[in-house]
Write a protein that binds this ligand. Structure first.
Ligand SMILES: *[C@@H]1O[C@H](CO)[C@@H](O)[C@H](O)[C@H]1NC(C)=O
Ligand SMILES: *[C@@H]1O[C@H](CO)[C@@H](O)[C@H](O)[C@H]1NC(C)=O
Ligand SMILES: *[C@@H]1O[C@H](CO)[C@@H](O)[C@H](O)[C@H]1NC(C)=O
Ligand SMILES: *[C@@H]1O[C@H](CO)[C@@H](O)[C@H](O)[C@H]1NC(C)=O
Ligand SMILES: *[C@@H]1O[C@H](CO)[C@@H](O)[C@H](O)[C@H]1NC(C)=O
Length: 337
């Protein structure tokens, strides 16, 4: 009979006790070693959170494991998050173009107690001068050390900014993609389908920059029907000789952007879709991991009339685009009351 057989039959010798005891002891030590390793691993997993101070360890946020890298527990230098220190935060950026509804969209987001969007911070050239100034700015922002009027008394669960394509975003696209993926930033692309309406809004806004129609001040966004009425009175004249090219360029710019940033966690949103279906805003809140609620804005839309009433040389514009791939913009109302 094999000496280590535990099936001791009558008369067979029992397995040597010392050997058994030794084996069990080795096994016990091995289990201890394993669980010790596990504890160490778990602590390392909680990393940023438990570094400097020996604060209580936050429980793992309840998100799908593939989304864990998009939730964070930032530790601002300037203040203590206090009872919110275990509220996980998603970093986001609204990527858009001027006159595409992003100002309005941002006020909607900021009406949510757990969302804080901090404006067009790259409108200042020194912040986008080169890649390092961009990274520095983003690091500070995503560390929650960027204090603006969007700061909340509530526990912030989504923190971000608004970034226009022409504010260094496309110039440094490769590096910015890497940054976003490393840092775990979620992107909301907000574009406008009707490029013609956008062009009209750009021209009208440029005109007001000099004309300052509202009591001598220039406003890009308004909060009353009266103000909207005054701004909408101005009818720009479109340069029809470059119109098709202009539209084509803008559409290509947007396509290129979506292409270059397609490895990021993102959602694509169109202004027209938010106008026609406010459920689009629930999708956004889900994407940002905040409890869904009705979002509100005090901003009033400026150009609410049909297109022919908004353009000085409508006849020319109409005949230029009729029969082209862009004819769809001609009857496209982006405002449905
Ligand atoms: C980047 O821009 C910042 C801010 O304007 C400037 O201070 C810094 O010297 C620049 N760095 C490089 C590497 O060019
Ligand atoms: C939103 O803020 C409230 C109030 O501070 C907080 O209790 C709640 O946990 C926050 N929600 C999320 C999803 O972080
Ligand atoms: C312009 O100023 C006048 C007087 O202060 C005020 O009554 C009016 O509402 C203002 N209009 C606009 C469009 O701001
Ligand atoms: C991103 O775009 C590139 C170029 O168009 C394409 O080859 C690639 O499959 C896209 N990747 C994803 C994840 O969509
Ligand atoms: C577009 O052109 C066609 C043919 O020239 C014409 O019948 C039609 O009325 C035009 N459409 C508009 C909206 O002007």
């Amino acid at each position: 009979m094999h000496p280590y057989s535990l099936k001791s039959s009558k008369g067979a010798p029992l397995p040597p006790r010392p050997t058994l005891v030794f084996l069990i002891a080795v096994f016990g030590l091995y289990v201890c070693y394993l669980s010790f390793n596990q504890i160490r691993l778990e602590n390392e997993g909680g990393e940023n959170s438990a570094e400097e101070h020996t604060e209580h360890v936050c429980t793992k946020p309840s998100v799908p494991s593939e989304e864990l890298r998009y939730v964070h527990l930032p530790k601002p230098k300037g203040y203590n998050r206090g009872e919110c220190s275990c509220t996980p935060v998603r970093f986001f950026v609204i990527v858009s173009m001027q006159r595409s509804g992003s100002g309005w969209f941002e006020t909607l987001l900021n009406s949510h107690p757990n969302i804080s969007s901090n404006g067009e911070i790259f409108n200042r050239i020194d912040r986008r001068e080169n890649l390092s100034s961009i990274v520095q700015t983003l690091d500070k922002l995503y560390n929650l050390d960027w204090l603006t009027s969007a700061a909340k008394n509530e526990c912030t669960a989504a923190f971000g900014l608004k970034w226009m394509l022409n504010q260094g975003f496309m110039d440094h696209h490769d590096d910015i993609v890497s940054y976003f993926n490393q840092k775990g930033v979620s992107l909301i692309f907000l574009f406008r389908r009707n490029t013609l309406r956008r062009l009209i809004s750009v021209l009208a806004n440029n005109y007001d920059r000099d004309a300052k129609q509202l009591n001598g001040t220039h406003k890009s966004h308004v909060h009353s029907e009266e103000e909207a009425e005054i701004l909408a009175k101005f009818k720009p004249e479109l340069d029809v000789s470059t119109l098709i090219l202009d539209i084509r360029d803008i559409e290509k710019y947007i396509r290129d952007c979506l292409d270059r940033f397609n490895t990021t966690r993102h959602m694509i949103l169109y202004y027209e879709d938010i106008i026609s279906n406010r459920n689009a805003l629930f999708r956004v809140q889900e994407f940002l991991g905040v409890p869904a609620r009705k979002l509100v804005s005090k901003q009033v839309k400026i150009h609410t009339r049909p297109l022919p009433d908004l353009v000085k040389n409508w006849e020319d514009v109409n005949s230029k685009l009729n029969g082209t791939e862009y004819a769809r913009f001609l009857d496209g109302a982006d405002y449905v009351k």
